[in-house]
Design a protein around this ligand. Structure first.
Ligand code: HEM
Length: 52
C-alpha cells in the first residue's frame, strides 16, 4: 500500500484524504461513509505520520 508518511501524501489536504478514503483511489477501495468524529480521528492519525 501507499506510504502514508510520503511527502506527496502529507501535502494533501484533509479534504483530499476524505475523498480518497470515502470514495477510494486507484486500487484502494472507498469505505463509503465515515462520521465526522471518524474523519477527525483519521486526519489526526494521518498528521502524526508526518516525518519531522
Ligand atoms: C487508516 C487507513 C488508511 C488511510 C487513511 C489511507 C489513505 C490513503 C490515501 C490518502 C491514499 C492516496 C495517496 C495518493 O494519492 O498517493 C491511499 C492510497 C492507497 N491505499 Fe490507502 N489508506 C488506508 C489504508 C489502506 C489499506 C489497509 C490498504 C490495503 C489493504 C490500502 C491500500 C492503498 C493502495 C493500494 C493505494 C494506492 C492506490 C493507487 O494509486 O492505485 N490503504 N490510501
Amino acid at each position: 500500500m501507499r506510504d502514508l508518511a510520503a511527502p506527496e501524501v502529507q501535502a494533501m489536504t484533509d479534504a483530499d484524504w476524505k475523498k480518497a478514503v470515502v470514495d477510494g483511489v486507484g486500487k484502494m477501495k472507498g469505505i463509503g461513509t465515515l462520521s465526522a468524529p471518524q474523519l477527525e480521528n483519521m486526519f489526526a492519525f494521518m498528521r502524526t505520520l508526518k516525518k519531522k
